[in-house]
Design a binder for this molecule. Structure first.
Ligand code: XMP
Length: 532
């Protein structure tokens, strides 16, 4: 078996025809990588200051230079490693990436021109392999609806380059050196506002860099299964199932890869969403035949949280208690060697950034951090290379219910950070019901998949209301819904008033103890998505 697996992997190495995305600090860098992957091509994001040796070792078939916040005019601004232009592979510079490429190859970049932000028409002045046949306006010459965000612009092309596109504020909005297969675009093809952006990136990856489209859901699954089998052999593996998307997909993948060797522990903290525990058991234990141990630990969590109001303190208690409960169960299972975790690629990029001081400090998450050392377990993280949308796609291919796979993110400490101040069972019950009403109405009105994250928050404030002839003083529920690309910045969702009215009416009428519902209209920043 072992030999077969190894032979299969060497037949098809789905990482072999890959691109390198060099990150110059744009908020869209992860989007570039996601679009490349959607084109069926594997790529990794690395910081712009990776060494020349690292660039060569990575052996990319092509390189994309991201945008970034700095000015290419400043002599101290980030530069492209020399190896990029020595490898003789295609290069695509986007925004700052185009400018820095132009500056380094002998062209000129100027600042002080009118800033161009938002939609712009880019006239295609040379069809070139990236633009041929594209036209958003049926005009001659053809035009692209593109998304711009720049102050500086290229004013003189480096030798060997010619202009392939122009816009009102950037006469040299796109450039190409057909001989070396170097391209630069001032606009952002990775954002959906640039209508042909995904196609332009696909052409770069597939037509220009000649990468095979090996990065498909089925190939990723086959490759991960082979890799996991290779890694763990006949050892036993333990997984903490949370009901969230990532751990659910890990469970489905490992069930396929190693079957009986997998045991999942599902801790019901009493801080989960409505029906979550039953759904986890139904999907995994009943339908997929996975070994799942369910622990109903709600009372222990409520007891540990009694009287605690500080959010970070609450997070620590919930995380610590989770590890204790998990550890107790795990000890009952003999001979476990591996702990599986649902770490995904953005976590890997973020923690790499945190080490180099490039990423913001994130709130203490309650993964099963600390467990591997405590239990002397080795880690298996089969989703480490995947973006969330890829995790979702393979989840569906593995047969998980769409509803489970498309769920909005849910924080590790669960309802614990959505009950403001002290956590009590009675508050958790009210919040669970209110949240369920909001979520089911979003589904019923086809709004759930249009917003990025929606939930209810329990406010321990007594507010006056009238019910029939009497007055009552009851609790307040806040509704929160946000639209975001990366959860770093977010806008509150413009949900229809009628919809909000319906949800509010249902919550107040159907849940005893709630007299008022509010809708949170704060964006991030300055507010955060969660209330604590
Ligand atoms: P904030 O509130 O920081 O949230 O704007 C950004 C995203 O992170 C989630 N979040 C958490 N996830 N443990 C988690 O696992 C946490 O302590 C935590 N706090 C926030 C939040 O739900 C949103 O998706």
């Amino acid at each position: 078996m072992q030999r077969l697996v190894t032979a299969r992997m060497s037949d098809l190495d789905i990482h072999s025809e890959r691109l390198l995305v060099l990150d110059f600090g744009s908020q869209y860098t992860q989007l570039i990588a996601r679009r490349v992957r959607e084109a069926g091509v594997y790529c990794e994001i690395h910081p712009f200051d990776m060494s020349n040796a690292q660039v060569r070792d990575y052996a990319p078939r092509g390189i994309i230079l991201s945008g970034g916040p700095e000015s290419a005019i400043a002599t101290t601004s980030p530069r492209v490693p020399a190896a990029v232009f020595e490898l003789q592979v295609p290069v695509l510079g986007i925004c700052y990436g185009m400018q820095v490429m132009a500056a380094q190859l002998g062209g000129e970049v100027e600042g002080g021109h009118e800033r161009e932000f938002g939609y712009a028409q880019v006239e295609i002045t040379d069809p070139c392999p990236l633009f041929a046949g594209l036209n958003d306006s049926d005009s001659t010459p053809p035009q692209l609806d593109a998304w711009m965000s720049h102050g500086d612009r290229v004013t003189r092309l480096p030798q060997g380059f010619s202009a392939i596109g122009s816009s009102a504020n950037a006469p040299l909005a796109a450039m190409a050196d057909a001989g070396r297969h170097y391209y630069g675009v001032q606009f952002h093809p990775e954002v959906t506002q640039t209508r042909q952006g995904a196609e332009i990136l696909r052409r770069f990856c597939v037509d220009v860099c000649k990468c095979g489209q090996l990065w498909t859901a089925q190939n990723i699954i086959d490759d991960s299964i082979a890799h996991v089998r290779d890694l763990v052999g006949s050892d036993k593996v333990l997984l903490g199932l949370s009901g969230g998307v990532d751990s659910s997909v890990v469970a489905a993948l490992l069930a396929r890869a190693i079957g009986e060797q997998l045991t999942c522990v599902f801790v019901d903290t009493g801080l989960l969403r409505h029906g979550e525990g039953d759904q986890v058991m139904e999907t995994f234990a009943e339908h997929m035949g996975v070994n799942v141990i369910r622990v109903d630990a709600g009372q222990r969590f409520y007891a540990a949280l009694k009287g605690v109001i500080d959010p970070e303190e609450k997070r620590k208690i919930i995380g610590g208690m989770f590890i204790d409960v998990f550890d107790e169960q795990a000890h009952a299972i003999q001979d476990v060697k591996w702990l599986a975790q649902g770490t995904i690629y953005p976590d890997v990029i973020e923690s790499a950034g945190a080490k180099t001081g490039k990423a913001k400090v994130i709130k203490s998450h309650h993964n099963v951090g600390g467990l591997p050392e405590k239990m002397h377990l080795k880690l298996v993280e089969p989703l480490r290379e995947l973006f969330k949308d890829e995790v979702r796609r393979i989840g569906v291919s593995l047969g998980l219910p769409e509803e489970m796979v498309q769920r909005h993110p849910f924080p590790g400490p669960g309802l614990g950070v959505r009950i403001i101040g002290e956590v009590k069972e009675e508050y958790a019950e009210i919040l669970r019901l209110a949240d369920h009403i909001l979520i089911s109405e979003l589904h019923a009105h086809n709004l759930y998949n249009q917003v990025s994250q929606a939930f209810a928050v329990f406010l321990p404030v007594k507010s006056v209301g009238v019910m029939g002839d009497g007055r009552r003083h009851d609790w307040v529920i806040a509704l929160r819904s946000v639209d975001t690309i990366d959860f770093m910045t977010a806008h509150w969702s413009r949900l229809p008033y009628d919809f909000l009215e319906l949800v509010s009416r249902r919550i107040i009428n159907e849940i005893e103890g709630v007299s008022r519902v509010t809708y949170d209209i704060s964006s991030k920043p300055p507010a955060t998505i969660e209330w604590e």
